[in-house]
Design a protein around this ligand. Structure first.
Ligand code: NAP
Ligand code: MG
Length: 471
């Protein structure tokens, strides 16, 4: 049983102003795995005041001082990696191999990237007689979701630290453990008091107190659209900058060539990774209509081959995060069936032999782009396959969505892949599995307005100052 009852405020572990706790449930067993404290607005007051005080000195530190700190954090992070992986499996159900691999690795990757960027990030740039400075925006509220807990926290914390900001992290109630360990890492690495603060608790309480706080300069949020809209409203009263990273229904276009089966197989396995709980998941698989039977057979085989079960064991897929999430996904699968979509793998209910834990069957439908399951983000292991007549039709389907977070195109014809990528209205496109920690990540349309990762992730946290007649 884990017990994390204190918050990290002003460089110390402190009790909540008004003690209140909540149990955390292991999604693979449905058993309580530990207890956390739930904070209140009074804790937010203390943390914001600490962050404001610390900003006066942290914002004036040199590049070298910040690099030293990031390197100290890197050493501490490396030491605690196995604990982080274990916590992630326990809190949100990612299989051990994924938790210890990609989950923890994404955090480490953002840290290493922040170090690389900080080495020569242009804080000052002279153009003619004008000096343009990039200065830290101030006190930042970082509000994060449970689906990739280390990715979401690290992609915010390290650029914020590197640019000279101070911050308050509000981790998700569903995945509080890894954030607690991350706070311990930052503490052990010697982050100065008040620069980083962490308060656990309900988004409706802590998140709202942060978004409306007059002394918070910016909110960086990753999560759902309704909450992003609410935060924007709350933050508008004090004219804060708001960075939003929201959901998606991302198209994965497979070109008509000899690699079709392999590409469909890879795309399907990718969709089922992390139980489909990835904002950038390629959840709409677009394949040549003339070869839809071939594609469907490959996708069904790939979905059926996904091993589902106890995430502490050697499986490809664990449970989804909670009963609420399980119910939402079941509802979507039901709506797919009711709406006449053709089910080719998975379906309703738990996988055979699993009667406890929030396990979902890796599910594949063939449908059209106008159905609910093709239009709404399901946030579970449910793939929809849609046929296209030609490339123009594929692009039309790909862009016919309210979202615009990610896109994928796989095929042998590099020129065609590039042409397709250029025509997709999304912020992040992977061609044949391309991946890059330095590439900006964020959404067009209703998928958000910010850009995280790499140098663009630094830009989120700076104000631009012009000094005219400088010299
Ligand atoms: P969520 O319900 O929006 O929660 C995200 C965070 O916001 C949690 O910490 C939550 O606190 C907090 N929150 C809730 N209400 C709030 C309020 N009124 N004011 C301020 N903060 C509030 O999202 P989720 O269910 O955790 O995550 C799933 C969604 O996030 C999906 O739509 C997914 O696509 C999206 N997502 C997007 C990205 C991206 O990078 N674009 C990445 C991951 C996830 P609680 O702990 O109380 O819930
Ligand atoms: Mg939520």
């Amino acid at each position: 049983m884990r017990e994390y009852l204190q918050f990290y405020i002003d460089g110390r572990w402190v009790d909540p102003a008004h003690p209140r706790t909540a149990e955390v449930v292991n999604p693979a067993t449905e058993a309580v795995s530990g207890t956390i404290s739930l904070g209140s607005a009074a804790d937010v007051e203390l943390a914001v005041a600490a962050a404001r005080r610390a900003f006066a000195s942290w914002s004036l530190t040199t590049r070298e001082q910040r690099l030293d700190l990031l390197r100290a954090i890197q050493a501490e992070y490396a030491r605690r990696q196995p604990e982080l992986g274990e916590a992630i499996t326990e809190e949100m159900g990612a299989p051990a191999s994924l938790a210890n691999g990609f989950h923890v690795g994404l955090g480490a990757g953002h840290l290493q990237t922040a170090i690389e960027i900080l080495k020569d990030y242009r804080f000052e740039e002279q153009r003619g007689a004008t000096m343009i400075a990039r200065e830290p925006i101030g006190v930042c509220a970082l509000i994060t979701p449970w689906n990739w807990p280390m990715n979401q926290t690290c992609v915010k914390i390290f650029p914020a630290l590197a640019t000279g900001c101070t911050m308050i992290l509000k981790p998700p109630q569903l995945a509080p453990y890894s954030a607690q360990i991350l706070a311990e890492i930052l503490d052990a690495a010697g982050v100065p008091a008040g620069v980083f603060n962490m308060i656990q608790g309900a988004g409706s309480v802590i998140g709202t107190a942060l978004s409306t706080h007059p002394d918070v300069d910016m909110v960086s949020f990753t999560g759902s659209e309704p909450v992003g809209v609410q935060i924007s409203r709350d933050a508008a009263q004090t004219v804060k900058r708001v960075g939003l990273e929201l959901g998606g229904k991302s198209p994965f276009i497979v070109l008509d060539d000899d690699d079709l089966t392999a590409n469909v197989t890879g795309a399907t396995a990718g969709m089922m990774g992390n139980s489909g709980q990835t904002c950038s998941a390629g959840s709409r698989l677009l394949v040549p209509a003339a070869r839809i039977d071939e594609a469907t057979a490959a996708a069904a085989a790939a979905a059926d081959a996904v091993s589902v079960g106890d995430p502490t064991g050697n499986v490809a897929m664990g449970p989804v995060v909670s009963m609420a999430q399980y119910d939402i996904i079941q509802d979507y699968i039901g709506r797919g069936l009711d709406g006449g979509a053709e089910l080719v793998a998975g379906g309703l209910g738990r996988p055979e032999g699993l009667d406890r834990g929030w396990f979902v069957k890796p599910t594949v439908f063939v449908t059209t782009n106008d159905t609910i399951i093709a239009r709404e983000e399901i946030f579970g292991p449910v793939l929809v396959i849609i046929g296209y007549d030609d490339i123009d039709h594929a692009i039309e389907i790909a862009n016919d969505t309210e979202f615009g977070l990610a896109g994928y195109v796989n095929g042998r014809d590099t020129e065609l892949c590039r042409a397709v990528a250029k025509r997709m209205r999304t912020g992040w496109i992977s061609i044949n599995g391309g991946f890059d920690f330095h590439a900006p990540f964020g959404g067009y349309k209703r998928s958000g307005n910010g850009r995280e990762w790499g140098e663009f992730g630094f830009d989120e946290y700076v104000e631009i100052k012009s000094m005219l007649g400088y010299g």
